[in-house]
Design a protein around this ligand. Structure first.
Ligand code: ADP
Ligand code: MG
Length: 242
């Protein structure tokens, strides 16, 4: 579903990604972790072409991002992305937040977009809040609306960039529950997260990044059960967060 091939990226003279290679199969849940500044957000943003890269290629569902003929907005519309900060439109109601991109980007009718959006809102357990504005919801509820909004676009894959790290601790669980449910339903997911409980429970694979490189890429069973086989950097990281 996602093939990341020898991707390197520079910000000016600073190399932020060095020769990153990995692939994600349909239905796989991959957790990306690593120290702050190691390039996790940058890597995940290259997958939906929010950040350009200078070397290598990423192929999403057969479509090459590096190919200049690729329609990037169209590709992006099929890749759901949920960020740390919910980035809902504050001046639009929940329903409007759920429908606007479906109408503007996918060309759906407002009626169809509402049906789809409200179905996804129900899936994250927030149907009762459809007429509220983001500011009237808790952080955890806003993040669940952001997930419902991404799902409304019928994504072929979902990318998450630390979706729970800006939340108050008591709200982390409700967002992780939605992510666990998605994973169990077979959604292909690439998640930057330090929630190792989530990683252990549902991920198939863990990618560990350090200084712009993928230094570990292994099954989550091995990542958690064979600490002796980890690189010193990953061991050090695990020791700090577990
Ligand atoms: P992570 O998500 O793992 O914390 P990031 O991908 O956000 O790491 O950042 C990786 C490195 O790239 C960091 O050193 C960061 O300072 C740098 N960086 C991120 N965005 C920019 C930018 N727009 N311009 C220059 N440097 C950046
Ligand atoms: Mg980040």
């Amino acid at each position: 579903m996602i093939d990341i091939k020898n991707v390197s990226k520079w910000y000016g003279s600073f190399q932020v990604l060095t020769d990153c290679t990995t692939s994600i199969q349909k239905g796989e849940v991959v957790v990306v972790c690593g120290p702050s500044g190691s390039g996790k957000s940058t890597l995940i943003k290259t997958v939906n072409a929010l950040e350009p890269f200078q070397k290598g290629d990423i192929v999403v569902d057969g479509i090459s991002i590096a190919d200049p003929k690729t329609n990037l907005p169209k590709l992006r519309s099929r890749v759901g992305m949920v960020f740390q900060h919910f980035e809902l439109f504050p001046h639009l109601s929940v329903t409007e937040n759920l429908t606007i991109a479906q109408v503007k980007v996918l060309g759906r009718s407002v009626a169809d977009a509402k049906v789809r959006g409200l179905k996804m809102l129900d899936r994250v357990g927030l149907s009762a809040h459809k007429d509220k504005f983001p500011g009237q919801l808790s952080g955890g509820q806003q993040q669940r609306v952001a997930i419902a909004r991404a799902l409304s676009m019928d994504p072929i894959v979902m990318l998450f960039d630390e979706p729970t790290s800006a939340l108050d601790p008591e709200m982390v669980g409700e967002v992780l529950d939605v992510m666990v449910q998605l994973a169990q339903e077979g959604m292909t997911m690439m998640c930057v997260t330090h929630e190792m409980g989530f990683a252990k429970k549902v991920s198939n694979r863990v990618i560990f990044m350090d200084a712009g490189k993928i230094v570990e890429d292994c099954s989550s069973a091995d990542f958690f059960s064979k600490p002796e086989e980890r690189t010193p950097r990953a061991k050090d990281f695990l020791a700090k967060i577990l």
